[in-house]
Design a binder for this molecule. Structure first.
Ligand SMILES: NC(=O)c1ccc[n+]([C@@H]2O[C@H](COP(=O)([O-])OP(=O)(O)OC[C@H]3O[C@@H](n4cnc5c(N)ncnc54)[C@H](OP(=O)(O)O)[C@@H]3O)[C@@H](O)[C@H]2O)c1
Length: 220
């Protein structure tokens, strides 16, 4: 597939590298054509990896991963252009974190709304699927590193888009039963709110390599 990754940080580069390893044609996008991180990544990615602007990445791709800073995500997607993203699956990995008032960060949007919903509203012709935002990026593309079964949540309004994303996630190493479909994009409220607890667990354990496991019993 032709896959665009918006975001040159750890998440964007980790996902882009995995997608290249899996044989996809990948463009890593940033705000400027001269972004050093994107150019550096493209040099190591081989013939399947290219760097571009957000706009070029949106235009060149069938599926787009949003791996940008939460506070800049809508701006980044607008730079990718609504027309370029229309009809396409937008995989939203971002979190609406606000670090401007110190640590730990707070959420820019929560409770009755979410960044995933804001993106879906701003790009009504795109099919937004929220996933992978609840864990450290090393686990996203290498779920078997934890040595136990654990879960990754998926939400979005379009069933076909979720199927496309689940197929990609399974190619990353996720097992079918580990992909928990939470329903429509309003479930992004819960997925993003988990960050409040994720950050506290990380602060207490100093280890980001953990994830959620659902241990279910029989209802009484
Ligand atoms: N780090 C993790 O393990 C992890 C795990 C789960 C979810 N997440 C989420 O994944 C996203 C990416 O995280 P990250 O740590 O890889 O990188 P990041 O530093 O949060 O984001 C980097 C990207 O955001 C873009 N950006 C920054 N400010 C912008 C603005 N005002 N307008 C448009 N674009 C802007 C940057 O563009 P340029 O390339 O042009 O500089 C860059 O491509 C975040 O939303 C984060 O909360 C991270």
């Amino acid at each position: 597939m032709k896959i665009g990754v918006l975001g040159t940080g750890a998440v964007g580069q980790t996902i882009a590298t995995k997608l290249v390893e899996l044989g996809h044609d990948v463009m890593l996008g940033s705000r400027t054509a001269s972004n050093e991180k994107a150019a550096g990544w493209a040099k190591t990615a081989g013939s399947k990896g290219r760097a571009g602007t957000f706009e070029q990445t949106g235009a060149a791709s069938d599926v787009v991963f949003n791996c940008t800073l939460g506070a800049g995500a809508l701006e980044a997607l607008h730079m990718a252009k609504e027309a370029n993203l229309a009809g396409k699956v937008v995989v939203d990995v971002s979190n609406p974190l606000d670090s401007s008032k110190g640590m730990p960060p707070t959420l820019l949007v929560s409770n009755t709304d979410s960044l995933g919903e804001q993106i879906q509203r701003a790009f009504p012709k795109s099919k937004v699927v929220k996933t992978l935002n609840t864990m450290w990026c090393g686990i996203m593309v290498n779920p078997r590193m934890l040595g136990d079964s654990h879960v990754n949540f998926v939400s979005g309004n379009d069933a076909g888009a979720k199927t496309t994303v689940k197929t990609l996630l399974k190619s990353f190493g996720w097992r079918d039963e580990e992909l928990v479909d939470l329903g429509d994009i309003t479930a992004a409220r819960g997925q993003e709110s988990w960050l409040q607890l994720w950050l506290r667990i990380y602060g207490a354990t100093k280890n980001g390599a953990f994830n959620i496991k659902i241990v279910a019993g029989k209802p009484a």
